[in-house]
Design a protein around this ligand. Sequence first.
Ligand code: ADP
Ligand code: MG
Length: 700
Amino acid sequence: MSRLLQNPIEYLKGVGPLRADLLKKELGVFTYEDLLNHFPFRHIDRTRVSTISQLTHEADFAQVAGVVLQVDIIGQRSGKRLVAQFKDKTGVMELTWFKGISWVQKTIIPGQSYLIFGRLGFFNDRPQFVHPEVERIEVAQPLEKNYLEPVYSTTEKLKAKGLGGRQLAKLTQVLLSQISSADIPEFLSPTLFKELGLMERREAYQQIHFPANAALAASALKRLKFEEFFIAQLRMQLIRAQRHNHSVGVVFEKVGNAFNDYYSTCLPFELTNAQKRVLKEIRNDTAKGRQMNRLLQGDVGSGKTIVALLAMLLAVDNGYQACLMAPTEILAQQHFASIQGSLSTIGMTIGLITGSTKTAERKKILAALEEGSLHLLVGTHALIEETVKFSKLGLVVIDEQHRFGVAQRARLWKKAVVPPHILVMTATPIPRTLAMTAYGDLDYSAIDELPPGRKPIQTAHRYEKDRSRVMEFIKTEISKGRQCYIIYPLIEESAKLDYENLMKGYEEVKAFFPEPAYWISMVHGRQPAAQKEINMQRFVSGDTQIMVATTVIEVGVNVPNATVMLIESAEKFGLSQLHQLRGRVGRGAEKSYCILLTPPSIGKEASERMKIMAKTASGFEIAEKDLLLRGPGEIEGTRQSGALNFKLANVLQDRPLLEWAREQAARVLDADPSLGKPENQPLRIYLQQHRGAVNWSKIS
Ligand code: ADP
Ligand code: MG
């Protein structure tokens, strides 16, 4: 970034302190560079002048040249307006103003020629302009401008201070006239630049603001979008390389008894190929003496837990401890229970620490942990507390990562001298390319296959009027010995109302399913942890047939005998969340059902969501649809990081460009891992000058 571009915006001719203040407050424009990066969101074609007869409903903005015939002020008070009859050689149309009438009246003189530009409207099927821009011209001849006019977003406050879209365009034009290629140097190496056939940087900035034609505008946009992706990818890949080359990690060199005994005696099924592949990736990664930082993605029910457990046993086989951190107490509890059962047979010890672990129990566990006699620890975020000290921590598994922040992860990692290996698991499916963009600094594994024999879950959208039929259906399922979830929404903003709805719902369910023929568990966020656990446990053990719950149940819980997932007010849930909930059933041998219950009329988008759920089973496909409906900014866990949000580029619409940029970034780093070659100096300088988390001291 040149010195010039760092200039505060008030240095620019035509800005001054007052406007500078507003530009900062309203648009976040502090420097020349910021203004340059305040891109137009569209362009208006001012290269074309139409005739009045050519104006059709398809046109959006239009430009005509002609003579004003007559000006009248008509109407009273709020209906008062100025109407000008305007004529070219093909016809006559009206120009209308509701505001600034006296000023317009002075400017527009009958008999004079004007160039008129504005948004085209129709009144009684006749074209008209309301508040058009007018420019006096000598003769009523087309006067062509040689560029597409940029349209900038602005605010009412800015407009009031004379900084509307057109003024922003003028400022930008002034700025561009002062800027040379030295201020916006090309950072792609000459070879790469030639090969990629992209527009040069300085030129791209010119053409994105004031393109000479549509083709150049497109080229400029492509260049700048590429640049955003390319730089982000380089940065991620550098961080990753940094870790690969310089991190120290504990070495899991052998597979020993813990792993083998479990594998041969406790594993109740054959691993899927995807599970085996991921295990291999983990084994390779942990044997190299550098820290593993791996993201494991797999659809709900794809069997991530067993992979995590085997990885943990691998740690134990090499003399290390391992821990598994879960997002909720229920889930931690369940992981603990399922792991504990099988582990005792192979002589492994495991502890559970959550917010509600009793002091005495806690003391015992912590002592065993610190002394090294406890092999595995499962828990909630209580695990990151200062008091939890390991003797030799080798692996941290984090389930459903999006609920943990980066800072929290870092705290875990400080619990050992050599940072432990990290395995982050998530069932929030993100298409692979996007995952690699959002988490490009992590290594990536995917379980892209479900265990065999899973029956597809039948999903149906039902309305309020179908309620009693739905309940009858549930009765039939229960009579076959199955269990059922009934889920109510819990939206933080209206927690109180949701809670009341849940209670009301619970009473209704109880009326449908009276004791002692039926027993109901209820779990929600306001219960004390111990209460939740008891209720959950009763459902897990089959004492209760129905689980009424809010979305606390969303992640991870495993009750294979449950075959019906009824979601109340399903229109209030997002697609990914619905898919997560649906994943709670279909875990056993029996056919399962997911019923989405909604009021009779729901919005268009909500009804689209219901349709997608009914016909799509794959989490990855649903994730794609979710992205299209909601946009990338909403992917859980990436919202704050902004990893998927770019100024110009869009990770969904520009996916091929993203792929391409990623390949190019990899190519550059393959050939020159530390960007030390002379031809890559501009790139290195650019990365250094634009904020990022690359530690250059570690790149040799
Ligand atoms: P998730 O990936 O959603 O965490 P889980 O690890 O909870 O999934 O696994 C879901 C269910 O599938 C569990 O009941 C688990 O025992 C079972 N399972 C996992 N792997 C296999 C496999 N290879 N074959 C059969 N069942 C499996
Ligand atoms: Mg899970």
